[in-house]
Design a protein around this ligand. Structure first.
Ligand code: PEP
Ligand code: MN
Length: 270
């Protein structure tokens, strides 16, 4: 291969900023919210709670990539409108996932950042469209993707002129079903060595179990993560998707308090 990859360029890239906070600098950026937007009460409670805890971005799926076609598929555009209203109310930025180019066009007016999920990391047409759109993007690692494949996915977006990319490690598939996936924390030093892109960690999808989310969040901060993406639901027990891994607002507040101490120890803030 003989490519002059944009990923390796020395110049400072056009990083994603929100409310004056830029991914990849001293402040560790917190993204939180439910797996899916379910109704107005749920997303407004989540927004207010995660804002109080210290989050900058509200997440919530409106288009859900479910393993089964019979599972809840998300509220679609109505969900995005609720998400945006709740985020505006709580003074948060919005990130939400799209699965296709047509959803990308629908979602852009409501989102500050678009998520490409694990299952779509190599949807090259979607990556190119996101590149052309210049919208900030949170690019998750495919659950069976090598670092090389993941970074080439980022390169697809960059090659269309969009360098506003945040990489997100969310666990890779392994042999042991005790955790949903295996969180690969080596992604943090590897990505930092091989690219100039910020990297955040999603311990919720990595473990699939709320009991393990805090420990891995603290480890991720200690290892140099530029952000944490954590699923938080006002009533996890009745969530329509990923109920076992979502934290309550109280649990999230406690996690952030502890993460702040670890951040301080490694010269960062939250
Ligand atoms: C999500 O963040 O809602 C999601 C579906 O995550 P992943 O693509 O990592 O499975
Ligand atoms: Mn989820």
């Amino acid at each position: 291969m003989n490519e002059d990859k944009l990923l390796n360029k020395e110049k400072k890239l056009d990083y994603v900023s929100a409310n004056g906070e830029t991914f990849g600098e001293e402040k560790i950026i917190m993204i939180a919210g439910p797996c899916a937007v379910e109704n107005k009460e749920q997303i407004f409670s989540a927004a207010i709670g995660v804002k109080q805890a210290g989050a900058t971005f509200l997440r919530g799926g409106a288009f859900k990539p479910r393993t089964s076609p019979y599972s809840f598929q998300g509220m679609g555009i109505e969900g995005l409108k609720l998400l945006k209203n709740a985020a505006d109310y709580a003074n948060l930025k919005v990130v939400s996932e799209v699965l296709s180019i047509s959803q990308l066009e629908e979602a852009i007016p409501y989102c500050d950042m678009i998520q490409v999920g694990s299952r779509n990391m190599q949807n090259f047409e979607l990556l190119k469209a996101i590149g052309k759109s210049k919208v900030p993007v949170l690019l998750k690692r495919g659950f069976s993707a090598t670092f090389g494949e993941w970074l080439y996915a980022a390169e697809y977006i960059m090659s269309e002129g969009n360098c506003k990319i945040i990489l997100c490690e969310r666990g890779i598939r392994s042999f042991d079903p005790t955790t949903r996936n295996v969180l690969d924390l080596s992604a943090i030093p590897v990505v930092k060595e091989k690219s100039k892109l910020p990297i955040i960690i999603d311990p919720s999808h990595a473990t699939g179990n709320k009991n393990y989310v805090e420990a891995l969040s603290l480890a991720a901060v200690a290892a140099g993560a530029d952000g944490l993406l954590i699923e938080v639901h006002p009533h996890p027990e009745s969530a329509l998707s990923d109920k076992d891994q979502q934290l309550t607002i109280e649990e999230y507040k406690n996690l952030v308090t502890k993460a702040k101490r670890v951040a301080l120890a490694v010269g960062r803030t939250i």
